[in-house]
Design a protein around this ligand. Structure first.
Ligand code: FAD
Ligand code: MG
Length: 356
């Protein structure tokens, strides 16, 4: 069994995707989710959970309900999310936030600092401007990109832990400039996968696979004792075509960031993907999709939140800085580049090329 670690391609219309999934959802909406049904469209992607023999409608319900709760905390695409509340108060005041949002923002700031801002959770204005993955995706004029970039600065996100009127709270978040906006598309799905794994642990689940639109967590051991096989998408091929397989012996997360996941083709015929360049490093233009010869970065780590943030960070940093960052954070990485496939020793020792 090969587990797909790719997001449903956004190159065909979202409407088609929703209609296919709506039919599927009707069959497995919470009230009548049977043991085998493990899929739901949440966090803007198709999320699938396999509990194998331990599956029960109650447990599937608990997991997907938790995903919906987390979407309400982290979504940059909903006005009623906790994150939207922080964005609405940018330049006005600090907002009290939940422990979940505090944890993810704290980790996002760690990676922002570690990458000198190549990874930045305040990228919201630029993501919104491009609209990649939506029906209004377009190539913005340079002037608009410059204006959006002026609002992207992780150093202007003030995170304060602690108490309020002598009561212990998780903390507060404050975006210091009006117009700034958080977007946690590069890290929150990883946090969500870790959160679901903590529910699996509590429930004593022996083995499971969580796949949140390509953010995979394999849990426990396969019943035949063989490794889990996780396919790595061939960036240049149709969905479901793998370039290689990762064989995983233990509970661990595998997350890919790739130029094939969300993109549009501009009037100039160029491919514009959703992983954006934020630092002056002589490659692609700041504020544009990263252009550094990387087609995908696949990170293997015990923390899915780290694997998610690292996959995006290592994509934009390129091979040598990305490799150093992954290894410094106890992760392994496979890079698929225009001309070659290379990665960390620990990753390449479990990676088998299946087509080229
Ligand atoms: P990753 O490589 O992990 O991250 C790419 C995403 O991170 C980009 O889409 C952008 O959001 C952001 N990003 C790009 N460049 C950088 C950078 N340099 N530094 C930091 N971040 C960067 N999509 C929808 O279409 N509709 C929805 O309703 C919706 N709701 C969501 C709710 C939640 C809670 C989350 C986590 C995601 C949601 N999404 C939704 C998807 C989101 O918009 C992203 O496209 C998605 O998370 C990309 O994940 P990835 O693994 O493909 O990309
Ligand atoms: Mg990511």
């Amino acid at each position: 069994m090969i587990i797909e670690i790719i997001v449903i391609r956004k190159c065909f219309s979202i409407a088609v995707l929703y209609s296919i999934l709506l039919m599927f959802l009707a069959a497995c909406s919470p009230k009548n989710r049977s043991i085998d049904a493990q899929g739901e469209f949440v966090m803007g992607t198709y999320c699938r959970i396999d509990l194998f023999e331990d599956g029960s409608p109650a447990l599937y319900n608990k997991l997907f309900t938790r995903l919906e709760e987390l979407e309400k905390i982290f979504s940059a695409n909903r006005d009623d999310s906790e994150l939207a509340g922080v964005n609405r108060n940018a330049g006005i005041e600090a907002v009290e936030i939940s422990a979940e949002l505090f944890t993810v923002l704290e980790r996002a700031l760690y990676f922002a600092e570690a990458t000198d801002g190549a990874f930045d959770p305040t990228i919201g204005p630029l993501v919104k401007l491009w609209g990649i993955g939506t029906e209004y995706a377009r190539i913005p004029p340079d002037m608009e990109i410059a204006a959006a970039l002026a609002l992207v600065n992780w150093k202007e996100l003030e995170l304060t832990a602690g108490i309020k009127e002598d009561l212990p709270i998780a903390g507060t978040a404050f975006l210091k400039k009006k117009g700034m906006a958080l977007d946690l598309g590069a890290i929150a799905k990883g946090y969500a996968a870790d959160d679901l794994v903590s529910i699996l642990k509590e429930a004593g689940i022996k083995r499971a696979v969580i796949n949140l639109g390509g953010n995979v967590y394999v849990w426990g051991k396969k019943d035949n004792g063989k490794p889990w096989n996780v396919g790595v998408q061939d960036p240049a091929a149709e969905r479901g075509n793998y370039l290689g397989i990762l064989e995983l012996e233990r509970s661990i997360s595998v997350v890919s960031s790739g130029m094939y996941e969300r993109f549009f083709t501009g009037d100039d015929g160029k491919h514009y993907h959703h992983i954006l360049e934020l630092t002056e490093n002589g490659r692609g233009k700041r504020g544009y999709p990263a252009e550094n010869g990387i087609l995908s970065a696949t990170v293997i780590a015990v923390s899915s939140m780290d694997a998610d943030a690292l996959s995006t960070s290592c994509f934009v940093l390129g091979y040598s800085r990305g490799m150093a960052l992954a290894l410094a954070n106890g992760a392994e990485i496979v890079y698929i580049e225009e001309k070659e496939i290379r990665g960390s020793p620990g990753a390449m020792s479990i990676f088998t090329l299946t087509s080229h």
